[in-house]
Design a protein around this ligand. Structure first.
Ligand code: SF4
Ligand code: SF4
Ligand code: SF4
Length: 255
């Protein structure tokens, strides 16, 4: 886990400031050179419908009942949470495939990823997706930019301040002083690197209540993963962990 210290960076998401323009989605694709994907209209303006190997962030469109309008739109950015206690890192059997940067980002090295998909089972937020080469891909907090004192691409592009980047402790303090009573992720899983500031209930925005790493992941992280370091081998250990923690292989849906 990353220590909570002055160097830990974070994204502060303030959904009530989001206008749903999706400039953040486009900026991410542009910086990461991610191609467009074909989607279908499923009755919502949300597009793409979910994260994908080529979509590291999306704006979730929530429609909720309203007294004053036929519908009230609540927009919220969905992305990797850069958990302090990161289930994906805990279960990954390949050293260096998922790694922590000095700024606290959880990033990936596709050269080392073996495509076992264990991280999918271990992530409470259903974030990991796979690219065309079968390698895990997700938001990496623009670790290549922030290491060079640049803002993440999506944050730099956001026109309303719904996305901010900076020192985690300072962002949390500022959000509280601005009257945001609920900071989703302030303490969850050791403290998330994507913190959400709300004045209303987070579940109105579709946020997961009480995120937890599956107990099977904790068990295998503690007892079986070390075998991969003493000679069992990453691939064999991964297969064993997957079978015991998840069960026999089933076809996955990819969005
Ligand atoms: S949200 Fe999921 S993929 Fe991102 S760091 Fe946490 S466990 Fe890993
Ligand atoms: S921080 Fe970078 S990789 Fe993550 S969603 Fe924003 S632009 Fe994409
Ligand atoms: S760029 Fe900012 S305002 Fe536009 S959709 Fe993204 S978070 Fe919302």
């Amino acid at each position: 886990m990353a220590n909570e210290n002055n160097s830990r960076k974070a994204i502060l998401v303030t959904p009530e400031l989001c206008i749903g323009c999706r400039a953040c989605q486009v900026a991410c694709k542009s910086w990461n050179q991610l191609p467009a994907i074909t989607t279908k209209n499923n009755g919502s303006y949300q597009n793409p419908p979910d994260l994908a190997g080529t979509a590291f962030n999306i704006i979730r469109f929530n429609e909720v009942p309203s007294k004053d309008n036929p519908v009230r739109w609540l927009f919220v950015s969905r992305r990797c949470m850069h958990c302090d206690d990161a289930g994906c890192m805990n279960i990954c059997p390949t050293p260096g495939a998922i790694f922590r940067t000095p700024e606290g980002a959880v990033a990936t090295n596709s050269d080392k990823c073996i495509g076992c998909k264990l991280c999918v089972q271990a992530c409470p937020f259903d974030v990991p997706r796979y690219d065309e080469q079968g390698k895990m891909s997700k938001c990496h907090l623009c670790f290549d930019r922030i290491a060079n004192d640049m803002q993440p691409s999506c944050i730099k592009t956001c026109p309303t301040g719904a996305l901010k980047f900076g020192d985690r402790a300072e962002l949390v303090t500022a959000a509280k002083s601005e009257g945001y009573s609920t900071l989703y992720g302030e303490k969850d899983l050791g403290g998330l690197g994507s913190v959400y500031a709300f004045k209303e209930e987070p579940n109105l925005y579709g946020m997961l209540e009480n995120p937890r790493i599956p107990s099977s992941v904790v068990f295998w992280h503690t007892y079986l993963k070390p075998l991969s370091y003493i000679g069992l081998g990453g691939v064999v250990a991964a297969a064993a962990i997957h079978y015991l923690a998840v069960g026999p292989h089933k076809d996955d849906k990819e969005v």
